[in-house]
Design a protein around this ligand. Structure first.
Ligand code: NAD
Ligand code: 0WE
Length: 257
């Protein structure tokens, strides 16, 4: 059957490897018939990302470090040339300095704060600005990934929690700006998933186990479940939803104890 995203064109930022949440989103979009383009950050990742992309028939695989405006401009110039427009933007990017995710938040330095907010929050604003130009008349949709460390204290999430709070507020302001153009902007607040960005986080394994034990569904969330919520949000099924943050975390965020 031709999927609910047949004929749609999606640009995906944030695939590092097959465990990336962005890759789970890509798989579900592809399963619903969307045509995909990918960006990767740094040559090292190209060797991982290109084979993954080609494996699902995508030939548009472009470099993009979101701290470099010239790389962002080059991506959207290429996408604008190769495609007649864009329907979907997926933002699944975050970064903070490792030491800022273990030392007390009060110790965060100016440079580390700027880096975390630049890559994890501001990047959504600039990518959405470029994407909106290619979404004219197409009722486009943007989805980003956030985490409940923005709403409540998750020990050690620190400056990333502040960045995610800024990201979630940005989703609302972008939704307000772009609603008149028919472009919707939403966030998925995902439960913990064992990815590259989670690897090397002290105590992550315990956090994953605890979340699974405490969540109403008594399990962790699967990447495919995040991907399917992204399909809902970017498809006509989510046509009345914008500026929203949907938790896909087995219900963990509702618990007080
Ligand atoms: N893994 C989790 O537990 C979890 C939970 C909730 C939300 N998230 C969010 O999901 C998103 C994807 O993370 P993930 O868990 O799939 O890990 P991941 O490491 O697979 O993805 C993070 C991506 O960010 C990219 N990135 C970092 N700096 C960049 C830069 N300067 N320019 C361009 N790209 C850059 C990396 O290349 C990587 O592809 C992130 O926003 C993360 O905060 C993750
Ligand atoms: C959950 C959880 C995560 C996963 N998650 C939601 C994330 O958003 C991961 C974000 C992240 C951003 N920057 C970096 C890293 C992870 C690790 C490697 C690195 O050098 N920088 O990260 C945590 C950090 C501390 C506490 C909990 C968590």
């Amino acid at each position: 059957m031709s999927g609910i995203l047949a004929g749609k064109k999606a640009l995906i930022f944030g695939v590092a490897n097959e465990r990336s949440i962005a890759w789970a989103v890509a798989r579900e979009l592809h399963a619903q018939g969307a045509e995909l383009a990918f960006t990767y950050a740094g040559e090292i990742l190209e060797k991982r990302v290109r084979p993954l992309a080609e494996g699902i028939g995508s030939t548009l695989v472009l470099p993009c470090d979101v701290t470099r405006d010239e790389e962002i401009e080059a991506v959207f110039e290429t996408v604008g040339r190769e495609w007649d427009g864009l329907d979907i933007l997926i933002h699944a990017i975050a970064y903070a300095k490792k030491e800022d995710l273990s030392q007390p938040y009060v110790q965060t330095g100016r440079e580390g704060f700027h880096t975390a907010l630049d890559i994890s929050s501001y990047s959504l604003v600039v990518l959405t600005r470029h994407a909106a130009r290619l979404m004219k008349g197409r009722d486009g949709a943007v989805v980003t990934l956030t985490y409940m460390g923005s709403e409540k204290v998750v020990p050690n999430y620190n400056v990333m929690g502040v960045a995610k709070a800024a990201l979630e507020a940005s989703v609302r302001y972008l939704a307000y700006d772009l609603g008149p153009e028919g472009i919707r902007v939403n966030a998925i607040s995902a439960g913990p998933v064992k990815t590259l960005a989670a690897a090397g986080i002290a105590g992550f394994r315990d956090m994953l186990r605890l979340a699974g034990e405490r969540a109403p569904l008594k399990r962790n969330v699967e990447p495919a479940e995040i991907g399917r919520t992204a399909v809902y949000l970017v498809s006509d099924m989510g046509s009345g939803v914008t500026g929203e943050t949907i938790h896909v975390d087995a219900g963990y965020n509702i618990m007080g104890m």
